[in-house]
Write a protein that binds this ligand. Structure first.
Ligand code: MN
Length: 129
């Protein structure tokens, strides 16, 4: 049985592969891209149940991409989890202030990733397919 669609926005191939493999192993469907601009476009087009958003991306940042998702009624209610290694205080503040639904640190813990994904999809799932 296939589960919800999850969009992975991540420019690092290794991280993208890790997240993709873990989620697909658990039965989730995934789509992915390497930039925030593409992530915003894909989210509007595919309406994933959840977006995993890297912060440091080529082009617009994950924070700017979140703002654009929230500004569009088509994507405003999709839960978005920041996935970031940002340890600098200012960076961290900006990420928290941006209004993400959750955060996941890097290096990525598979256990934490799956727990957070399960929680967010249960909370935001509603009638979404
Ligand atoms: Mn990155």
């Amino acid at each position: 049985m296939t589960k919800e669609l999850i969009l992975i926005v991540e420019d690092n191939e290794k991280n993208r592969k890790l997240v993709r493999d873990v989620l697909q192993h658990k039965g989730y469907r995934t789509i992915e891209c390497e930039s925030g601009e593409e992530g915003v476009r894909l989210a509007a087009e595919q309406r994933p149940a959840l977006v995993l958003m890297d912060i440091h991306l080529p082009g617009i940042s994950g924070i700017e991409a979140l703002k654009r998702l929230r500004a569009d009624p088509a994507t405003a209610s999709i839960p978005v989890m920041a996935v970031t290694a940002s340890v600098m205080t200012e960076d961290r503040r900006a990420v928290i202030a941006a209004g993400f639904d959750a955060f996941l640190g890097k290096p990525i813990s598979v256990k934490e990733l799956l727990a957070a994904v399960g929680r967010l999809i249960a909370a935001g799932g509603g009638g979404r397919t």
